[in-house]
Design a protein around this ligand. Structure first.
Ligand SMILES: [Zn+2]
Length: 298
């Protein structure tokens, strides 16, 4: 773990996603044919090069064979188009296949490229999993540089989805609430989180989730920051809130454990020297930064 990231992973992408040009197939084809940057995946693994120190995204050639799955990620500050492709079966042997979480944890890929990986992974997986119309069941085709799928049978348009998740650092006095799911690495505790449901505000989702999982009612719910989490398409919405009492009723079907931690305990967990070996999430995750923000408050 290098800790090279100043903020959570996946938060520094392209500024210009060329939304106004996506509907013009001739412009997109011209970009593809004139020196575009092409990055790729083999299934769920990103293709990278290792230059003995820094990693970079493997530079694929904009070939006809790869054009079928190409999605337009946007334009660099210099105006170069960036595409992503599903290169399964077509990727050169020289390209290394790397797990996206591992890339984020290592911090050897430039933060901007990690942002491209997040955008590409979510978009390519959406295409792979939405090949049929949710309205009528007919096959759909990509459109708008990969930012829409259209159904020829019923003319419905389908758009890539982003699933909001509220993640909450809850305090009571000078203690913080952390919990662990059974699948977490041994000894790791994190802020509690849950998907926002239809018809909910972000704050309502946070309050419901903490009530369901820990039996607490929240006050002073404040927004802190957010993070795209491309597994496959979540948006983590980081919040800080206070509990109006400290008696926990932990939902053991969701959580293996949840309890209050002192500030000094959380501080030692973030630094990696808790006396019992307990750990907080790594800097790649928004939870790490939420906990740091709480500790920085008076
Ligand atoms: Zn349809």
């Amino acid at each position: 773990m290098t800790g090279a990231l100043a903020g959570p992973a996946f938060t520094q992408g392209l500024f210009d996603r060329a939304a106004a040009r996506r509907g013009d197939p001739d412009w997109i084809a011209a970009q593809w044919q004139s020196g575009a940057r092409v990055i790729g995946f083999d299934g769920e693994q990103a293709l990278v090069s290792d230059e003995g120190g820094a990693l970079s995204l493997y530079p694929l050639r904009a070939s006809t064979a790869l054009a079928d799955t190409a999605v337009l990620l946007g334009l660099t500050d210099e105006g170069q188009a960036v595409f992503a492709v599903d290169a399964a079966g077509l990727a050169p042997e020289a390209a290394l296949r790397r797990d996206v979480r591992g890339l984020a944890a290592e911090g050897r890929l430039p933060p901007r490229d990690l942002g491209l990986v997040a955008e590409a992974r979510s978009l390519l997986l959406w295409h792979a999993r939405h090949r049929f119309c949710a309205n009528c069941g007919s096959p759909t085709r990509p459109a708008d540089g990969g930012w829409r799928r259209s159904c020829a049978a019923c003319e419905a348009s389908h758009f890539p989805r982003t699933d909001p998740v509220a993640i909450v650092a809850v305090t009571h006095g000078d203690r913080l609430l952390l919990g662990r799911q059974p699948q977490f690495p041994a000894g790791m505790y994190s802020a509690l989180a849950g998907f926002v449901e239809p018809g909910e505000t972000i704050e309502a989702a946070a309050a419901r989730e903490i009530f369901e999982e820990a039996g607490l009612r929240l006050t002073r719910i404040r927004y802190h920051s957010s993070q795209p989490w491309p597994f496959p398409s979540s948006l983590m919405i980081g919040l800080i809130a206070e509990a109006d009492h400290d008696a926990l009723t932990v939902d053991r079907s969701e959580l293996e454990d949840a309890r209050w931690f002192s500030r000094s305990e959380v501080s030692s967990m973030l630094a990696g020297h808790h006396p019992d070996g307990l750990k907080a999430p790594m800097p790649l995750a928004i939870a790490h930064h939420l906990l740091r923000a709480v500790l920085a408050e008076d």
